[in-house]
Design a protein around this ligand. Structure first.
Ligand SMILES: NC(=O)c1ccc[n+]([C@@H]2O[C@H](COP(=O)([O-])OP(=O)(O)OC[C@H]3O[C@@H](n4cnc5c(N)ncnc54)[C@H](OP(=O)(O)O)[C@@H]3O)[C@@H](O)[C@H]2O)c1
Length: 220
């Protein structure tokens, strides 16, 4: 598949590594420009591009920048993407440490991914947000392995969610359907599933145990 990755940090870099290893055609962008991504490109075979070029022809786009940077992404970010492009949002809201207060999330009651989808003007599928970046490299396992981790995946568009779940499976992780984007508070920071390194049953249970109330550590 042709995959565009916007953000080349902990998560974007490791997804670039694993998705190229699986044979996908990956373009990757950061804020400083493609000339700063030559080492990652040499290591992985990915194509460094500008943010505006990242989605061009892509069947999957991954938005993996700090939440506070989402409003800075160029408008028309997904113009030129393939029809039906699945957009993965890995984002988390860290008001105290990184992102500052976002009123639409805290007062408006939006889930973090609903806010991001409104900012970029496209539905998103929430995945990898509670996964340690290093686990993407180290903890993938073949299907059926007793130690295989499961990751929650939330989204409103069933076709896009299917594409993402299949991709996560190919990357070496089971998935649990975590419902729609308005329910994706179940996998936000501070919930039982966030950072959980367990299999299908434990992840399903953790999603069910989540409380919609935002924990104090994650309020601005
Ligand atoms: N770290 C983890 O283990 C982890 C796990 C799950 C989810 N997440 C979430 O995933 C998101 C990304 O986290 P991360 O740890 O990968 O972040 P990170 O290491 O800080 O990397 C952020 C990347 O986003 C790029 N970026 C920033 N502003 C941009 C802009 N306006 N346009 C284009 N690119 C921009 C940065 O480019 P420059 O370097 O050029 O500025 C950098 O490549 C966050 O919401 C985070 O909470 C992180």
């Amino acid at each position: 598949m042709k995959i565009g990755i916007i953000g080349a940090g902990n998560i974007g870099g490791n997804l670039t590594r694993r998705l190229t290893a699986l044979g996908h055609d990956v373009s990757v962008a950061n804020s400083r420009g493609p000339q700063t991504l030559t080492a990652l490109a040499e290591e992985t075979g990915a194509t460094p591009v500008t943010v505006g070029e990242a989605a061009r022809g892509a069947e999957v786009v991954v938005v993996t920048v700090p939440l506070k940077a989402v409003p800075d992404l160029p408008s028309g970010l997904l113009d030129g993407a393939a029809d039906g492009v699945a957009v993965i949002d890995t984002g988390n809201y860290y008001p105290q440490q990184r992102d500052g207060r976002i009123a639409a999330i805290e007062d408006g009651g939006l889930t973090e991914s609903r806010w991001t989808s409104q900012q970029i003007g496209h539905p998103v599928v929430k995945a990898f947000n509670g996964t340690y970046a290093q686990d993407i490299l180290d903890r993938h396992r073949p299907a059926g392995d007793p130690d295989r981790m499961a990751l929650p995946v939330a989204g409103d568009d069933d076709a896009a969610k299917r594409v993402v779940r299949d991709l996560v499976d190919a990357l070496g992780f089971d998935t649990v359907d975590a419902g729609g984007i308005d329910e994706s508070w179940r996998q936000q920071p501070g919930t039982p599933v966030y950072g959980l390194q367990k299999g299908l049953d434990a992840v399903t249970e953790a999603l069910a145990e989540a409380s919609e109330e935002r924990p104090a550590d994650f309020r601005g």
